[in-house]
Design a protein around this ligand. Structure first.
Ligand SMILES: [Zn+2]
Length: 398
């Protein structure tokens, strides 16, 4: 199988991540792709191979060099923001900047998606307009498997390699689905980004914040000076947070409070937020601001109407990667050797590496050539994907 066949094969599996479950991957369908990967890896005669209850696959190929063992990671699940069932990819050869009519309803146009202008003359793989493509992260899987297979077939000397295919990345659970006690690599690369020139060593630091309001429900006819409408209190709380610190107002290194879900009546109301910043101290200040806002509002109301529950999610991996300059030097060297441009991109999100870096496996994220992830406009630039095979192959060499 070549890179294209592999990619098309992987996206034919429906692997949508759903709700996190105890001791299992979120969706039984994910195990089918996991079994497939076990078969493909076993055929390459690994020195060690295992799969755990979450479907996470870990294969080790011992090498013949003094270079430290590295892990290469990609995730098998896809986002639940669009269907991943019956993905029917369309292949556009020698793209010339035209609008691509995905179906009767949806058009992929460089006017709306200017990254298409960098794809002139390239082969693109897009969706049929009904589903996502699943390039996130099956492009990463296809890149790793193609590089590995080429290397082993040509019997090239390689360093010790650990291939890890994970489950439930899209619901933030995949790092915890890895059996870390079995991981022997010194550091790793997640192949899970977009543009092939982006190297990512920074991600958000992330917290989830739930705001619960207990109101005092009274018949509206006799509510004067008595009712505390929980929904109104929640809306007031929301408006007390800075308007300019919302995802739709911020970019680059700017932080945000994002209200992702809200429900309520007079008696009770609940708002789910995610809070994001690249800077730990700034994050502390933001959480303090939210708590102070609730405290002041409670003082005015005369009781503990608002309760805030804060949960840590992940941290900016830069804190760890700053102590491992050798990793960024290595990858920069490879881009230079291949004559490829690179840029450091701070991810306005998290990667598996945001958690793994703090669990003892520092991880840098690399691109796959996948764009417009998580929706029906997703496409893969096949030429970029092919270049990433060369990058990964060089990383694997002794
Ligand atoms: Zn991904």
């Amino acid at each position: 199988m070549n890179l294209l066949d592999r990619f098309l094969h992987y996206v034919s599996f429906e692997t949508t991540a759903t709700e996190e479950r105890k001791d299992k991957a979120s969706n039984d369908l994910i195990y089918e792709l996991s079994k497939n990967m076990m078969r493909e890896l076993q055929a390459l005669n690994p020195d060690e191979i295992s799969v755990n209850k979450f479907g996470t696959v870990d294969a080790k190929f011992y090498g013949s060099s003094n270079k430290p063992a590295i892990a290469l990671l990609a995730h098998m699940d896809t986002s639940n923001q669009a269907s991943g069932k019956n993905v029917k990819p369309q292949i556009i050869k020698d793209y010339q900047g035209q609008d691509i009519h995905l179906n009767d309803e949806l058009t992929l146009s460089p006017k709306q998606f200017p990254t298409l202008n960098h794809a002139l003359g390239h082969t693109l793989i897009c969706t049929s307009g009904d589903t996502l493509l699943g390039g996130d992260d099956k492009a990463g899987m296809a890149i790793i498997m193609t590089a590995l297979t080429d290397l082993l077939e040509k019997k090239e000397d390689h360093r010790s390699l650990e291939i890890i295919f994970t489950t439930d990345e899209e619901i933030g659970a995949d790092a915890h689905h890895i059996s870390m006690d079995q991981v022997t690599a010194k550091y790793g690369y997640t192949i899970d980004g977009g543009d092939d020139k982006f190297i990512s060593t920074e991600s958000f630091t992330a917290y989830a914040m739930q705001v619960k309001v207990n109101g005092k429900s009274i018949h509206p006819g006799s509510a004067k000076d008595k009712m505390v409408n929980a929904s109104n209190v929640l809306m007031n709380f929301h408006h007390a947070l800075p308007d300019v610190l919302r995802p739709e107002e911020t970019t680059g290194y700017e932080p945000f409070f994002h209200l992702c879900n809200i429900e309520g009546c007079e008696d009770e109301a609940k708002g789910d937020y995610i809070v994001r910043s690249f800077d730990e101290r700034q994050m502390e200040e933001m959480l303090k601001l939210a708590k102070l806002t609730a405290k002041r509002m409670n003082e005015h109301l005369g009781y503990e109407a608002i309760q805030i529950d804060i949960k840590e999610q992940y941290h900016n991996m830069k804190v760890v990667l700053d102590q491992h300059e050798e990793i960024t030097k290595e990858i920069e060297g490879i881009y230079n050797d291949l004559g490829m441009d690179f840029e450091y991109e701070a991810i306005r999100g998290g990667t598996t590496g945001s958690q793994l870096s703090f669990m003892g496996l520092p991880c840098v994220n690399l691109g796959t050539g996948d764009y417009n992830m998580h929706g029906r406009y997703e496409y893969v630039d096949y030429d970029e994907m092919s270049k990433m095979v060369e990058v990964v192959k060089k990383l694997m060499l002794a």
